[in-house]
Write a protein that binds this ligand. Structure first.
Ligand code: CUA
Length: 164
């Protein structure tokens, strides 16, 4: 079977490109540890008291590691009694230099969790635990914002991370 010369060049170009894409994918997975976001855990929003979310707030794990447990509901974030009055925008205090893992669950509808100046922007899907880690090196106050429209009070759904 005779193949036209230009067709042959295009075939070579196509397979070279496919090979390069496949190589990039393999290097990404094997070398850089790139993974698709996967569900962390499921949770029953009506049964929060019997889960790790029963006690909300900051948990210092030693070293520079900190866990934060929060829930989101229309229209506030709740990070426990130490971060402020229930229903008020929470102020979460974190020592500078901490590596913070946020564990968040929505109790009602889809919310968002965005932290200004950091690499955190996650969707809070009801029934699923959202978890993400970031380092907080620079002292200051960083806004937490719900960036998924979640109803009439969406614009008052925010809080502060205070790195000190
Ligand atoms: Cu919660 Cu918008």
């Amino acid at each position: 079977m005779a193949i036209n010369r230009y067709e042959k060049y295009w075939l070579i170009a196509v397979f070279t490109m496919l090979g390069a894409f496949a190589a990039a994918l393999i290097v990404g997975v094997m070398v850089f540890g790139v993974r698709l976001p996967a569900p962390v855990a499921r949770i029953d929003p009506r049964n929060i008291a019997n889960t790790e979310f029963a006690k909300l707030g900051v948990r210092k794990l030693g070293g520079n590691r900190v866990d934060v447990y929060m829930v989101a509901k229309m229209w506030s974030f709740d990070a426990g009694a130490e971060s402020g009055a229930p229903g008020a925008p929470p102020k979460i205090h974190i020592p500078a230099g901490s590596t913070v893992t946020f564990n968040i669950a929505s109790l009602d509808v889809l919310h968002g969790f965005y932290i200004e100046g950091h690499t955190i922007n996650i969707e809070l899907v009801p029934g699923q635990v959202a978890r993400q880690t970031a380092r907080f090196n620079t002292k200051g106050t960083y806004k937490i914002i719900c960036d998924q429209y979640c109803g009439a009070g969406h614009q008052v759904m925010y809080g502060d991370i205070v790195v000190e």
